[in-house]
Write a protein that binds this ligand. Sequence first.
Ligand code: B12
Ligand code: SF4
Ligand code: SF4
Length: 388
Amino acid sequence: MSLVNSTEKYDDMGQEKQLTQLANNIKAWGRALGFQQVGICDIDLSQHKSLYLAYIEHGYQGSMHYLERNIDKRIKPNELHPNTCRIISVRMDYLPPDAKFAETLSNDKHAYISRYALGRDYHKVMRNRLKKLGEKIKQSCHELDFRPFVDSAPVLEHAIAEKAGIGWTGKHTLTLNKEAGSWFFLGELFINLPLPVDEQIQNDCGSCSSCISICPTQAIVAPYKLDARRCISYLTIEHQGTIDIEFREAIGNRIYGCDDCQLVCPWNRFANLTEEKDFFSREFFKSASLIELFSWTEDEFLINTQGSPIRRIGVHNWRRNISVAMGNASYDIQIISCLQNALIDEHSDTLIEHYTWAIDQQLRKQNKENRLKNKLIRIIQKGLPRDA
Ligand code: B12
Ligand code: SF4
Ligand code: SF4
C-alpha cells in the first residue's frame, strides 16, 4: 500500500505510522467537514447477531420488513461492500436553536414535529459530506475504496458507533455521548484500509430508567429493547393504514416522530446546538397550528416539505397524523368544522375513520364542557339566589 500526499511526507514513515497519521488526518478532515466526531472500528459485529435475531423473532420491527432481510450483511459489513475492513463512523449534531420543546408539546392546538425533521433531510446532507471525506482521503491514498452510508442500507449504525468510540447504547436504544447526549445523526464510510481502530467507550446508563417510564406508549419494553410497533415514531412515520385506537390519545400533538425518551434523558442537558443551517427549523414549522397544517393542499404539502424528511410520509399519512392530534386537542369548534369539511370529499376509508374518531373526541369534550357549565349554573342558581 502506498499513501501519497504532496504536503505530508508519508513515504518516510513505516506503514503503521503512516496509517496512524492518516487516521489522525481523517478525524481532522471530518471535523472540518462539519462532523462533530469521527471514530474508526473494525468490522466484527458478530456479538450483535443474537440480539438482532431476537428483535426480529419478537416481531418488534412491525411492518418494516426490510429489517428482516440481509441480516448477514448487517453482521458482516464486507458482505455489503466487498473488501471493507474498517468503518469510519461519524456523528453530526442536529438540535436546532429555539427548539421550544415544552412550549410546543404543551400547546395542544399546535403540532409537535421531531426536532430532527424541522429542516432539511439529513440523509442528503450527511451523505454528501461523507462522500467529500472519502474523496479527500483518496487524494492521500489512491488505493482507497469507499462507500458512504446514512440510514439507507443494512448497516447496524448503533453497533458500529459504539465500537468506534462515538458513544454507548442507552436504554432507549439510541447512541449516547457524554458531550452530545443523543441529538445527533450517525453515518458511516466503509473503507478498505487497515487503519488503527478507536477504543469503545466504557459507560452505561447506570440505574437511570427515565426514558422507559416517560415513554407515552410503553414502547421500551425492557432496557435496550424497543417494540417499534408501539413507538410513536414508527406509528407516525413508518406505519401505513390505521393507527390503532390504543395509541391515539398517547400520541397527543406529535404529528411526526417523537422525542420524549430523549427529552427526559439527563445526558441531553449537555447537548450542543447544531450550527448546520440545513437543520434549522423551516419558518412555518415554528408555530404551526394543527388547522393550518391540516388545511395544506397536496401541492402545498409537496412544496413545503421539499427536501425535508417529512415528504416521504405523503399527504395522506400527514393528514391522518394531524387528525389524531386534532382529536386530542382541547375542545375547539373550528377544529370540528375543519374535520367535517374534510370528510365531505374524502374517499379513503382510513382517513374517514380517523376524521370521524377525531370529531367524536372533540364532541365528547364539548359535552363534558357543557355538562360542567350546566352543573355550575345549577349550583349558582341554588346557592347564590341574588346572582341567579
Ligand atoms: C428502524 C429504525 C427506527 C425504528 C426502530 C428503532 C429501533 N430501536 O429498533 C423507529 C421507526 C421506531 C425509529 C425511531 C427513531 N429513530 Co431510528 N432508525 C432505525 C434504523 C433505520 C435501523 C435501526 C435498527 O436496525 N433497528 C433494529 C434493532 C435490532 O437494532 P438496534 O436498536 O440497534 O438494536 C440493538 C440494541 O438494541 C442492542 N442491544 C440489545 N440488547 C442489548 C443489551 C445491552 C446491554 C446493550 C448495550 C445493547 C443491546 O443490540 C441490538 C442489535 O445491534 C436506524 C439506522 C440504522 N441503519 O441503524 C435509525 C436510527 C437508529 N434512528 C435514529 C433516530 C434519530 C430515531 C428517532 C430519534 C427519530 C424520532 N425523533 O422520531 C426515533 C427514536 C426511537 C428510539 N427510542 O429508538 C438515528 C439515531 C441516532 C442516535 N443518536 O442514536 C438512527 C441511527 C438514524 C441515523 N442515521 O442517525 N427508528
Ligand atoms: S420515541 Fe417516543 S414513543 Fe418511541 S420509544 Fe421514545 S418516547 Fe417512546
Ligand atoms: S434516560 Fe436514563 S436510561 Fe434512558 S438513555 Fe438516558 S440515561 Fe439511559
